[in-house]
Design a protein around this ligand. Structure first.
Ligand code: DON
Length: 569
């Protein structure tokens, strides 16, 4: 092995949390597959998912095989983040024919959805209706997405790909501190939810780290999926249980909603920034469009480090404009006309950039909307990045929306329903859980997909290829933006810094810059306040970014995981 790739591996290892280092060391010594490891990289939010992904590569699978296995294992070990009851987006690059595609496995609204389920007679939102119970849940896309990945891109049989998840659900696994902390934070919800106490609590209490969580019913559902494919989930007894559970808790589901669920292969959003090609999520995720707009605007300015106060001002102003357009124009393009080509064009960005004053913040325009109450911070999602020895890539961002989704485990299926309906806009003045406002473009309509911010992204230039993404609702977009800026503008690729560096965020409304606590100096804050920005220090740091990089020089690959989840959420 070339010294250079060894150096990269060592650097990659240094970026890993201790348990990840332990795993990779185990991988090297057990399988003696240093070359394979050096040429491939997997970053996920959980060591058991990373381990299962590497093992599938070792068994002859490609990045797409690993992507199915990782998604299924995350559904078992991070049930608060993603799962069979949820959905998401996978961005794929297949090296054999250079095909790049986004698999849209976003949840859809059931045919029976009506705004009256969420708004009272006066037009006020009914508390909790978009967040708790069956009314909050969209028709899941995750199983269909995994099956599509397996059938069209992977090499190994679905049974083999799902086997690690089945075993972990059936035999159990010891909970880590993160699970214990999240379960404690959501203990009441889990006690009050449907079948959630018996599924996730230990005798009615949040389990301690080390508690072995077994999910035998989920194991059976995963086995059904492995044996019967989509039929095992979208029709028959599992589908019936999902419909019954949703409808018993405020939903309006029909079995035909499940029968008719289809993933969509979509062309990703593609643009250039600073000589790099960026490929990111297409609608119904706002990620690619908003990133393209923001970066096209930033291209008009001299950008240094995104955390430098002068640059931060311009980044905030670019985000303000990108998110303003997100609010005005974006929604599921199968249902509404979205001027995507214009929005992501360089000319439009040129005009938008011209309205930025480098000395002073632009006040939000005439739509005078009072900043609404701060969002609860209990949201979760998961992202993973994979690159294999052949150069295939996968960025997958999967979600059930907020922690433990709608708080309903359907019957005996072990499947937790999502609460992605909250991502629709109930009206132009009602913000969702992430304080996002939207227009009619994102109005709730039967079978429509709610607008998302999930942004699995590739960045490619002469140095190599980066795969990145993160959970975090609307903040996903600014996190991925920083990742791209860091990659393109920093003198050398430094994944460790990319995942660890402090974060700020602006989304037009509310007109405030959210900043991570203990992350920005008084001088930094004073510089931004002097330009007219209102800063809001958020209670805790956010995100759980997972990044992999493959060098074009020698094919060496490295991975880095956000340190925030260690000791945090
Ligand atoms: O699709 C979306 O944009 C949201 N439902 C994602 C939720 C999320 O990232 C929560 N993570 N912390």
């Amino acid at each position: 092995m070339a010294m250079c790739s060894m150096r990269n591996i060592v650097r990659g290892l240094r970026s890993l949390a201790p348990w990840r280092i332990a795993f990779v060391a185990f991988f090297f010594s057990t399988f003696g597959a240093a070359t394979l490891a050096a040429q491939s990289a997997i970053a996920t939010a959980h060591p058991l998912a990373t381990a299962a992904g590497y093992k599938i590569l070792e068994q002859g699978g490609n990045a797409f095989d690993a992507a199915v296995t990782v998604a299924a294992v995350l559904a078992v070990v991070e049930p608060y983040s993603s799962g069979l009851g949820g959905g998401g987006f996978w961005l794929l690059h297949r090296s054999a024919d250079m095909k790049q595609v986004m698999i849209d496995a976003r949840e859809v609204a059931p045919a029976g959805i009506t705004p009256s389920m969420y708004l009272d007679r006066k037009g006020n939102p009914i508390p909790g209706a978009t967040l708790v119970g069956g009314s909050a849940a969209g028709i899941p896309g995750m199983p269909a997405g995994m099956i599509h990945l397996a059938e069209h891109y992977a090499k190994l049989p679905l049974r083999q790909l799902l086997a690690p998840a089945v075993a972990l659900a059936r035999d159990g696994f010891p909970l880590d501190g993160r699970f214990a902390r999240i379960a404690e934070a959501k203990e009441r919800m889990l006690r009050d939810g449907v079948n959630t106490a018996r599924t996730y609590l230990d005798n009615g209490h949040a389990p301690q780290p080390g508690y072995v969580l077994r999910q035998p019913q989920l194991a059976v559902t995963l086995e059904r999926l492995a044996q019967q494919g989509r039929r095992g989930f979208y029709s028959g007894p599992v589908a019936q249980s999902l419909v019954d559970a949703a409808n018993a808790t405020g939903g309006a589901w029909q079995t035909s909603d499940l029968e008719l669920y289809r993933i969509v292969e979509r062309a990703p959003v593609r643009f250039t920034y600073g000589g790099a090609t960026v490929v990111s999520a297409a609608l119904p995720s706002s990620g690619g469009v908003t990133l393209a707009q923001t970066l096209n605007i930033l291209e008009q300015f001299k950008i240094t480090d995104a955390r430098d106060p002068a640059t931060a001002h311009v980044v905030i102003e670019a985000l303000r404009r990108g998110f303003q357009d997100r609010m005005r124009y974006l929604g599921d393009s199968d249902f509404v006309k979205v001027p995507t080509a214009t929005l992501i064009g360089k000319r439009y960005a040129h005009n938008r950039a011209a309205t930025i004053d480098v000395n002073i913040a632009t006040p939000n325009d005439t739509l005078a909307i009072e900043p609404v109450a701060l969002a609860s911070e209990s949201y979760n999602t998961t992202h993973y990045s994979i690159v294999d020895q052949d150069g295939n890539r996968v960025g997958g961002t999967l979600s059930i929306n907020s922690w433990f989704g709608a708080g309903v485990v359907a019957g005996d299926t072990g499947v937790l329903l999502n609460n992605e309906i909250d991502d629709f806009s109930l009206s132009s003045t009602i913000a969702n859980n992430y304080l996002l406002l939207g227009s009619r473009a994102n109005a709730m309509v039967p079978r429509k997909r709610p607008l998302s911010s999930m942004s699995p992204t590739f960045v490619e230039d002469d140095k190599g290829v980066l795969v990145l993404g993160a959970p975090g609702g609307s903040r996903i977009i600014s996190m991925v933006l920083f990742g791209i800026l860091d990659y393109v503008n920093a003198p050398k690729v430094d994944l460790e810094r990319m995942v660890a560096a402090p974060r700020y965020h602006h989304q037009c409304w509310p007109d405030q810059v959210e900043i991570e606590p203990d992350s920005f100096s008084p001088a930094w804050r004073a510089a931004l306040e002097a330009k007219g920005h209102r800063l809001h220090v958020v209670g805790r740091r956010w995100g759980n970014m997972q990044v992999v990089f493959k060098s074009k020089t020698d094919g060496a690959s490295q991975a880095a995981s956000d340190p925030r989840s260690m000791g945090g959420y």
